[in-house]
Design a protein around this ligand. Sequence first.
Ligand code: ADP
Ligand code: MG
Length: 291
Amino acid sequence: ATPISVMVAVGRAAQAGILIRNGDALQTAGKLTCVLLDKTGTVTAGKPVVMQVLALSSMDKNTVLQLAASLEAGSEHPLAASILAAAKEHDLALESVSDFTALPGFGVRGVYQNQLLHLGNQALMESAGVQIAEPDVIERLAHAGQTPMLLALGQELIGIIAVADPIKPDSAQAVAKLKALGLHVYMVTGDNVVTAKAIAEQAGITDVYAEVLPSEKADVVKRLQQQGEKVGMVGDGINDAPALAQADVGLAIGVGTDVAIESADVVLLQGSLLKVPEVIGLSKATVNNIK
Ligand code: ADP
Ligand code: MG
């Protein structure tokens, strides 16, 4: 495309809330063969809400929520925010938890009254040597599209907290448009495979990379590129920055984190995924104009 037509398109995009940080991206976007969508905050609203608290030991539900919140006080993860909000709603005071450690892709760990306190996914429980007492309950929650977080004190599973993060109202429409443009749409997430597939299905996505560690998202992009795909990656989080940078076109969505924005070629100011097919359409129109 000529510099002028690119400039015009960049201006038009800006009016639509699409910031093109890299002019080449405007020409590449129309040539993408697939798009990888991060789940949390990209396909979903990214504002998880606690739906259920299950107490599995002699402790009651409020104590489970209280301990979980006390542990999450040190975390910046959206899941932590949901637990802290639920604890606040129930007027639960935070207990003192020391030695907080975030374990990206797994959960969080701390020490409460000289015992290890873990909150996170099944893989975290396995690594902590905790037996999963309620596999059926966990499976059922995940099938409903909720993310079950497991709380263990020492080696004992003491509770399950189920969190829901519904898809954005126009995610399914955006996926349909991307497919109509001939793109293969994938979802990529650190969440468990059952929850991820349930959410993906609601958005009309059939291909899911789940339980992907934050450090592995960029590898998923690379693998698709090695198969000859031109990959667009859409994400909002710190986790997504390396994948955004690796992609042929990286698109940061919503307000996003600063790191995500800096790694992206395109910044979508509004949270709607409909902006992704819009950029691709704009790119095609720009490139066609010059021919
Ligand atoms: P996503 O791709 O949705 O951003 P992450 O890679 O951040 O997912 O996390 C993967 C999984 O690890 C989560 O679904 C959750 O089960 C667990 N996890 C991560 N961080 C936390 C946390 N702060 N509290 C509880 N669980 C967590
Ligand atoms: Mg995210």
